[in-house]
Design a protein around this ligand. Structure first.
Ligand SMILES: [Mn+2]
Length: 381
């Protein structure tokens, strides 16, 4: 079905039925006839952002009002926006705050905005994993998509491995949508989000000196089309990928979403000669992609002409973890992750201008709020 919200829809009724955003980008996007709920309109986007931004950070019982219809309309608008205005590899200028995994912890997202400033006055690059685990994933995703469209020069979003059908059906997001909107509307909204996720950019280069992605680097960077490429040619090769897509099980797009750094030296266990062989890429327990060594990282840094890789994807006790000769920075921004960890959350603050190749920036750290009601905030298991 190729249609917007029917013009006969009652704006006061949260009726997701009939809103089937099934197609990709369309040129004939007529918001006038689509619905009385014209969330694409800038004023209404602002109103919607304000509704979420003004939610009290200590209210762990209620949710801000977000309807199924608003989700569908905003997802489609975000899909249209990303297909027209983003590349798979973004260029982001400084100053910028780099935010790691949020995982449905909406209150903590608001706490970062309180501490560091709201867009557009403050610029943010988010490294993905907005959803799952926490029970406010709808609010996190909707606010960030909304801010991305309102403030294109201040809010940049990358895809995380959780922004994919085979992951978010299992770790809470699907259940949250079903619980909030009922099964019938919930599945429509889920489809809308999944279609939107298929357009999220995968990587970014900050100030020409930092490479950012959710997971990590790829052994595919030493193969065509990346072989012998400098930064501009690598970015061009990354941008040649087709969207929309679901993350594949192997290859560069899988690695950008799933790879992890490995601090210790990795040895090959296949010992025909009895000698241990040091290797730079090893299989991981996650079931796809690789662990990468310091040497593997250094060759990719040299190829891209950057000083650091900044990525999320792994819980860090302090909210951040600097490793591989200080060339790889993990940023994890969900304090008290999943209700089962007592980790801090952190955001990496990159200042304006040239980046120090020894130290990319400072960390803004949030401690977990004690005694939060676990059942209201997190999915079990
Ligand atoms: Mn992840």
């Amino acid at each position: 079905m190729d249609q917007e919200a029917p013009s006969t829809a009652d704006p006061n009724k949260d009726d997701g039925g009939g809103l089937d955003v099934t197609e990709g980008p369309r040129s004939n996007h007529n918001t006038e006839s689509s619905s009385n709920l014209v969330i694409r309109d800038e004023l209404n986007l602002k109103e919607f952002a304000m509704r979420l931004l003004s939610f009290p950070v200590d209210d762990f019982v209620n949710h801000p009002k977000v309807t199924a219809q608003e989700c569908l309309v905003l997802c489609h608008a975000a899909l249209m926006y990303m297909s027209r205005h983003t590349n798979p590899c973004l260029r982001v200028s400084t100053p910028v705050n780099i935010v790691g995994d949020i995982h449905g912890q909406f209150h903590d997202l608001l706490r970062y905005f309180d501490g560091l400033g709201q867009p557009p006055a403050t610029r943010y690059l988010f490294l993905g994993d907005y959803i799952d685990r926490g029970k406010y994933s709808i609010e996190v995703m909707m606010l960030l998509l909304c801010l991305m469209m309102l403030y294109p020069d201040s809010v940049y979003l990358l895809r995380g491995n959780h922004e994919a059908a085979n992951v978010c059906l299992r770790y809470g997001f699907k259940d949250e949508l079903y619980q909030r909107f009922g099964e019938e509307k919930g599945i429509q909204v889920l489809r809308g989000f999944l279609r939107c996720f298929q357009w999220l950019p995968l990587s970014a280069v900050v100030g020409r000196q930092i490479f950012c992605c959710h997971g990590g680097i790829s052994p595919s960077f030493s193969l065509p089309p990346f072989l012998d490429c400098d930064q501009d040619a690598c970015v061009e090769a990354l941008n040649s990928m087709d969207r929309p897509y679901e993350p594949p099980q192997f290859g560069v797009h899988c690695d950008l979403l799933w790879a992890d750094p490995q601090h210790n030296v990795i040895y090959d266990h296949f010992q025909i000669t009895g000698e241990k062989t040091k290797i730079n890429w090893a299989p991981t327990k996650r079931g796809c992609s690789f662990l990468f060594s310091s040497e593997a990282l250094d060759s990719v840094l040299q190829q891209f002409g950057v000083s650091f890789v900044v990525r999320g994807h792994q819980v860090a006790k302090e909210g951040f973890h600097v490793l591989l000769n200080r060339h790889c920075v993990t940023v994890f921004s969900a304090p008290g992750y999943s209700g089962t960890h007592d980790n801090n959350g952190a955001v990496l603050q990159i200042e304006k201008g040239k980046i120090n190749p020894r130290k990319p920036g400072a960390f803004y750290v949030l401690k977990p709020v004690p005694n939060k009601p676990f059942d209201n905030l997190f999915w079990k298991g």
